[in-house]
Design a protein around this ligand. Structure first.
Ligand code: WT7
Length: 636
């Protein structure tokens, strides 16, 4: 990779160059990729509309970068190592040659089922290699994938399918997570009752779960592949994509009730994920990279599939969870596959910490060279535990800050290069220009300061729009502060210029590294017939980072609080998914509202946090007494 960074001084000078000459910088990075045609213009942008075009005029297919270009030298190197949920089941290795062949075959399947360039394809699969194959086959044919995490409910899937008008769905009969079996196809069947746009459903057999197949609509993955093989269809020429053609949509929560379809495009996303993967982890040829995220989230898109594969890396795809069959599973996977780079989330680290050393003792973790953290602020205790117990004080931890919208990491140490500071994402990567602003949008200069984190210049991996609603994209990210991309995060900059992201400043919660909007949960709770109104806030949670605290006003008194709580939780699980179930539900008679009817979340947050002595000014409330009664009955 051009601009190899070996020392912090090199980082500093490359960073300076990337800010002074961004177009030259990114053109040099982009030159390392395979293009069908090079660009006419590196960058064209304004943050008002916004319009962001990277590498305009270029033509490419990202899968030629992830597959074809490695065949000459890496055909027999593992591209994917798949570790199943059940350690007794055989793991699978797909070399670059095999992955290429399978992606080509499945591209034929897609084409024979009517999928064309530009069509939207919803993917709802467990963490099996076929998930990566489906994603890559969509990209190869030019279809826009919309992967939905396997933990979302039928209703959430339906909302996403309808929003993107998906005509195709790829799913499996069932999936395994720990000791649970998830009936994916049956969830899809429920979702599709409301989705009139879907013509075809391709169903993978993962679990031999009996399913109903709808005539004319549902086909089996395996049977379709068999037909392609019988026809001796092999290579599938990668469809030519324009630089700014859409690559995928990924839904994420915001401060309104409705998740947004974040849109990423082909060229910029490819360059950015490839560059940041190679740079931050300092990936060396033949190393085994293990990102524990699910491909259903952006971390999996960027750093299980596209980033590692575009760099010819070996990427582990793990189907299971950190605690199955016991809390040593990650370390077993590291030892078994000689993992060199481990990329996981603080919530997983905190959960495993609790189980004690016995699950680490005797596990061979000597292959580890770099550790990564992503998804939420990592507390110092977890940082040190990760550093000492897992990294044996020998592995740098890269605390990578980024978002679904940013496509890839923006602020992060570079492994072995950047001096580390626990719980700090440290410095911006080359090409990234963060600034802190106050509420009025005035830039906060200097060090030892805090403010709202914005980015003032485009980077290739940034979102281009929110699907079907460009105005929403402008409103959400580009209107709070003129000419800046607003991240929604609060941030400190220490005396040496290290950045520390402190968490969301908007109505978005981060529960176990998953983004959930308070309004979404409120809407789901309010859907329960017995509920009049609710207010939801996040509160500090030892393992999850944040927990969900719900204040609920019910229609009338009921006999059993616990039953009602269960009922409400069930409703939330049914509407959003189990990940959004409230941790605490407090029944209240009223909510603290201003005279204009706005709920004062600040006060509810304080109560949830247990900071009762410091509730701030309540004089503007319609009914100040309500605060005391809520505080008195607070759930600990
Ligand atoms: C939000 C983005 C990044 C992919 C996974 C989550 C928080 C993310 C860090 C970090 C502190 C972090 C931010 C951000 N976040 N990484 N290293 N330190 N906070 O993606 O669901 O789009 O959530 O996660 O609050 O805005 P996401």
């Amino acid at each position: 990779m051009e601009f190899k960074i070996d020392t912090f001084e090199q980082y500093q000078s490359i960073y300076q160059y990337s800010v002074a000459q961004p177009e030259q910088f990114w053109a040099q990075i982009a030159n390392e990729f395979l293009w069908k045609k090079k660009w006419d213009k590196v960058l064209d942008w304004n943050f008002q509309e916004p319009t962001i075009k990277w590498f305009d005029g270029a033509q490419l297919n990202i899968t030629e970068n992830c597959l074809d270009r490695h065949l000459a030298t890496k055909a027999n190197q593992p591209a994917i190592i798949w570790e199943p949920n059940n350690p007794a089941e055989q793991h699978r290795t797909l070399t670059y040659q095999e992955l290429y062949e399978q992606v080509c075959r499945f591209s034929h399947v897609l084409q024979r089922n009517g999928v064309k360039k530009g069509d939207r394809v919803c993917i709802y699969l467990p963490m099996v290699p076929e998930l990566a194959i489906a994603v890559l086959a969509c990209a190869r044919i030019g279809a826009i994938h919309s992967v939905v995490f396997g933990g979302f409910s039928a209703q959430s899937i339906a909302d996403r399918i309808i929003d993107a008008a998906c005509a195709f769905v790829i799913t499996a009969d069932g999936g395994y997570r720990g000791n649970k079996e998830i009936p994916l196809k049956s969830v899809i069947d429920d979702a599709l009752m409301q989705c009139k746009t879907v013509q075809k459903v391709i169903v993978l057999n993962r679990s031999n779960t009996p399913v109903s197949m709808i005539k004319g609509r549902d086909v089996w993955w395996e049977e379709e592949i068999k037909m392609v093989e019988d026809l001796k269809l092999k290579d599938f020429p990668a469809v030519t994509m324009e630089a700014e053609d859409e690559l995928f949509i990924l839904y994420t929560s915001g401060s309104t009730g409705k998740p947004k379809g974040v849109v990423h495009t082909c060229a910029g996303y490819m360059v950015y994920t490839g560059y940041t993967f190679a740079t931050v982890f300092q990936y060396q040829p033949k190393e085994v990279f293990f990102c524990t995220a699910d491909i259903g989230w952006i971390t999996g898109h960027s750093y299980i599939v596209y980033g590692p594969l575009s760099q010819g890396a070996t990427s582990v795809v793990f189907e299971g969870i950190p605690t199955y069959p016991d809390a040593g599973r990650f370390w077993d996977v590291v030892a078994k596959h000689h993992v060199n780079i481990l990329y996981t989330a603080p919530t997983a680290i905190r959960s495993l910490m609790q189980f004690g050393d016995e699950f680490i003792d005797g596990k061979d973790l000597s292959s580890l060279r770099v550790l990564g953290s992503v998804g939420e602020p990592i507390n110092e205790e977890a940082w040190h535990w990760y550093h000492q117990k897992i990294g044996k004080s020998n592995c740098p931890i890269v605390d990578t800050w980024w978002q679904t919208e940013t496509g890839g990491m923006l602020i992060s140490p570079i492994a072995g290069v950047t001096p580390l500071k626990p719980a700090h994402a440290t410095f911006p990567l080359p090409g990234v220009q963060p600034i802190l602003v106050d509420e009025n949008g005035a830039e906060i200069f200097g060090n030892n300061v805090s403010g709202n984190l914005c980015i003032k210049f485009p980077w290739p991996g940034m979102l281009r729009t929110t699907y079907g609603d460009h105005e929403r994209c402008r409103q959400n990210y580009f209107s709070t502060y003129p000419n800046l991309y607003f991240t929604g995060d609060g941030c400190l900059r220490d005396e040496s210029g290290n950045y520390r992201i402190t968490g969301r400043v908007d109505d978005v919660m981060n529960v176990s590294g998953h983004r959930i909007g308070t309004a979404e949960v409120e809407n789901a709770i309010n859907a329960h017939t017995g509920v009049i109104e609710s207010a939801v806030v996040g509160y500090p949670h030892d393992i999850k980072g944040q927990g969900i605290y719900a204040y609920v006003i019910c229609e009338h008194d009921f006999i059993n609080d616990e039953l009602m709580r269960k009922d409400i939780s069930q409703t939330v699980a049914r509407i959003i998914g189990a990940i959004a179930k409230p941790d605490k539900i407090q029944f209240v008679k009223g909510l603290p509202k201003t005279r204009s009817g706005k709920i004062m979340r600040r006060i509810l947050r304080k109560i949830a946090e247990g900071e009762l002595s410091n509730l701030g000014d309540t004089s503007t409330l319609l009914d100040p007494d309500v605060v005391a009664s809520i505080a008195d009955a607070r759930i600990n």
